[in-house]
Design a binder for this molecule. Structure first.
Ligand SMILES: [Cu+2]
Length: 181
């Protein structure tokens, strides 16, 4: 009798410790939040953007509001120069073929293929994973990114309206993300 009571107490202690451990784990999974304002042609200013510092495995939640007059985009790339170089080739090719409308180029399969190739997956809160997040003037989008490899990354706007044949990133809409191990 006494032995079975001790076993029950032991099981209860283990169960309580396990649930406390689970709560602690959730508590320790930190979320780092950043607020960014997009406008022509910068983040939190008229050129460039603040450097975001995060840790590997940490969830980065970005609250992006568009304070500008045109639609902006947000994507994250490891190699900004390689992305822009390929983007320029595709834009030039489409324009040579007669496509002159910035929005038409932005929505084209060819331009999206470049974004998909170079962009990291971004989780739009309550939505699906995508490589680029769009934000219309006066609107706010919230999304999350997680980095699994330390290093330097870039966030940028790949939109073309108002800057074609250049991207908004060419005009200053980019910033650095430093991912620490
Ligand atoms: Cu933009």
């Amino acid at each position: 009798m006494r032995k079975s009571v001790l076993i029950i107490i032991g099981v209860l202690i283990i169960a309580i410790a396990a649930s406390l451990g689970a709560y602690l784990l959730i508590f320790l999974q930190s979320v780092k939040e950043y607020k960014l304002e997009a406008r022509e042609f910068g983040f939190n200013g008229f050129s460039g953007g603040p450097t975001l510092t995060v840790k590997v495995g940490e969830t980065v939640r970005i609250n992006l509001v568009n304070r500008g007059g045109i639609k902006h985009e947000f994507m994250v790339v490891k190699d900004k120069d390689a992305f822009l170089s390929e983007a320029h080739k595709v834009i030039g090719g489409l324009m040579t073929q007669g496509m002159k409308d910035a929005e038409e180029i932005e929505e084209s399969h060819e331009y999206h293929a470049v974004m998909e190739k170079w962009g990291l997956k971004i989780l739009k809160v309550d939505k699906e994973f995508e490589e680029d997040v769009e934000v219309e003037p006066a609107k706010t989008v919230v999304f999350e990114i997680k980095f699994t490899t330390p290093g330097t990354y870039w966030y940028l706007c790949g939109a073309l309206v108002g800057t074609l044949p250049q991207t908004h990133a060419d005009r200053g809409m980019f910033g650095q993300i430093v991912v620490q191990s």
